[in-house]
Design a protein around this ligand. Structure first.
Ligand SMILES: [Fe+2]
Ligand SMILES: [Fe+2]
Length: 223
């Protein structure tokens, strides 16, 4: 079992356990954070995993943070499971945005159709990023037989001029995506920084989508 711990430069210099000096040990510390890997039986870390710059507000916070176990297959699998859930959510969004972007009728629907059509490409790119990450962390991307549809409110309405129903369905889907990315961000905190970083970017995209459709809803509900 390898332990990964994260240390921050305090006002007195680097603080490491057991008198370990990374500089004496030949490690280059070029920034304010260091993430060290501790190997079994070794008093000192076997390697510096990563180090990176921090912002001024982070620098004020000089607390010691304990990291997570690196080789934790259960935790890795939990992250893979949630990434797969997010992957299917993105693909279901693609299906329903595409259907609604074509089905809707009328002058009032035109802007919504265009917007949904543009989002189809973006949501598909989200699914692609998730699939690549699942593969990178040793997961298997499932096929369609494992897919369970959940987007009840985003089904194409019987009345093809009911733009408001579609907008509300889109907001529901975006909120579900936001909740799922927040879940993965928390789950991967201190353990899988790349997955966490990717999900933060995806979260920002979904928040923007939600904002856009909340704006549409305001306008379309007035008429
Ligand atoms: Fe998305
Ligand atoms: Fe979205």
């Amino acid at each position: 079992m390898v332990w990964r711990e994260k240390y921050q430069l305090s006002q007195d210099g680097w603080k490491f356990p057991g008198g370990f000096s990374p500089v004496q040990a030949g490690f280059q510390l070029c920034s304010e954070w260091a993430i060290l890997d501790f190997h079994p039986g070794n008093r000192f870390p076997g390697s510096i995993h990563d180090s990176y710059r921090v912002t001024n507000s982070e620098r004020e916070n000089t607390r010691f943070e304990r990291g997570s176990e690196v080789n934790d297959p259960a935790k890795n699998q939990a992250i893979i499971d949630e990434l797969i859930k997010a992957y299917f959510m993105e693909l279901e969004t693609v299906l329903n945005y595409l259907a609604n972007s074509v089905n809707l009728d009328g002058v009032r629907a035109e802007e919504i159709k265009k917007s949904l059509n543009a989002d189809v490409t973006e949501e598909l790119s989200h699914a692609t990023q998730l699939a690549n990450r699942i593969k990178t962390i040793d997961g298997v991307i499932p096929g369609s037989m494992q897919f369970d549809a959940v987007q009840a409110t985003l089904q194409p309405p019987a009345d093809t001029t009911d733009v408001v129903a579609v907008i509300k369905g889109v907001i529901d889907a975006e909120e579900a995506a936001i909740a799922q990315y927040e879940k993965i961000i928390r789950l991967s905190d201190g353990f899988d920084f790349v997955t966490q970083d990717m999900c933060i970017t995806l979260l920002a995209d979904e928040q923007q989508h939600r904002r856009e459709f909340i704006g549409y809803l305001k306008e379309y509900e007035q008429v």
